[in-house]
Design a binder for this molecule. Sequence first.
Ligand code: 1PR
Length: 530
Amino acid sequence: MITLLDYGAGNVRSVINAIENLGENVKLVKSAEDIESAEKLIFPGVGNFGSMMEVLHRNGFVDALKRYLESDKPFWGICLGLQALFEESEESPGIPGLGFIKGRVKRFKTDLSIPQIGWNGIKCRQPSIIFNGLKGDEKFYFVHSYHVAPEEADVILTSTDYGYEYASSIQKGNVIATQFHPEKSGNAGLKILKNFLELDSKQKVMPEIRLEKTRLAKRIVACLDVRSNDQGDLVVTKGDQYDVREKGEVRNLGKPVELARRYYDEGADEITFLNITGFRDFPLQDMPMLDVLRKTSKNVFVPLTIGGGIRDFTDKNGRHYTALEVASEYFRSGADKISIGSDAVLIVEEYLKRGGASGKSSIEEISRVYGNQAVVISIDPRRIYVKSPEETSHPVIETEIPGPNGERYCWYQCTIKGGREGRDVDAVTLAQICEKLGAGEILLNCIDRDGTNKGFDIELIKAVEEAVSIPVIASSGAGSVEHFYEVFSKTNVEAALAAGIFHRREVPIQEVKRYLKEKDIEIRPVYSEQ
Ligand code: 1PR
């Protein structure tokens, strides 16, 4: 029996799913006594250091946790559950942590995108039971803006490079804590979690020591656009420049849960579901999407993002739902990140009108509670050509792809409602303002390229990626392995997303990764066992 400390933020469902998948039962902590009587305790944390400590205090968990840690019974802290063990954090100055390990939690100081989101390696520093069966070159899923800095080097279990080398996990007796998420790290993550669950029977193992720097992998994301077809079945569909109908019927490319599992097995680093009619069907009444998430998260152990319909909503009985409530329901059902499309455009319009943030937008509210890394902004832009930069007030780019009348300039107009309505906001401004409001990542689609197989719109991607410091996922237009290489070699995006070529089995994910590796682009290897 594993005891799990859920203090109410983020996706503990995936941790529960991973433990259950390994054949163990989970008991949730309801009181301080549950902590004291636990045999093995797992403490997953996401969100903000200060609010986590506040919740631990409010529930009377702090002293029980300190006693548990001192007792040297098996403990695993994940992400913020690692940071909690330290004395304090730059994220919430003046708020003490549990102080089990001497040292502080610091914000990354690097020119690289913050948060660090994605798959990075580990360098093992001391033997541990969790390394049993590991080769040492596996990658694990990280998502964080802060890292721990222990005062005593002997507690460091692994280190990782991101701009510089930092401690990515610690071990002190039977207390282990990792900055990365084992429950989101595919088979490698399940393996180390299993080692922890079987703690009694295993010897401490030291994998081969690696000296070279670890590198963050470029992520390959599989995207499933989901909606109901005319028969009322929830299907994965795919548009041509956002038009999902063929001969009047909604294209049906498969069932969401099955396809997601297939992409996990094939080595997708992340899976995104977009409920593409979410702008008109309120998701909390469209329960099948929640069900898709619940079922998928039971046996898919990489990050899951869900978008569509995340906004405030009043139903026909006058019941008001906030975007935060909608997002919370998605997180509870197994999502690691939510993505906001139409609402982000309206929020930015409002921001520009009032000359600043309201403090109440869905982006601000959700990132405050679940952390920036949990909020993705999905942008659906389309090119608007102009003859000269003076013709518009929007920032333009000089393009190598001239317009229908030979125009050499264009700007990227944001749209809402799945491209149905163009608005007076450009994609670069939108991305910058959303970053200010607390978004942690940009999913950059492109209506002109969607479903065309012509390759990513490099000009659009460069313009947005250079304007923000959060990670950008390039999307729309992938037609070949070369297109992935092009986007990673010509821009600094952290991830590339595709849909059509994967659904139609035209280019398998393994093939994309094999090609990128050949070209020396860092990827997460798809071992048969990882
Ligand atoms: O506006 O917050 O309710 O969110 C709705 C979400 O649904 C948005 O993220 C929006 O991008 C998406 N969406 C709405 N309508 C469509 C449509 O296709 N008719 N899909 C749609 C967007 C674009 C990508 C696609 C890539 C890769 N799909 O996600 O997967 O373009 O495709 P490709 O590799 O085949 O070229 P809200």
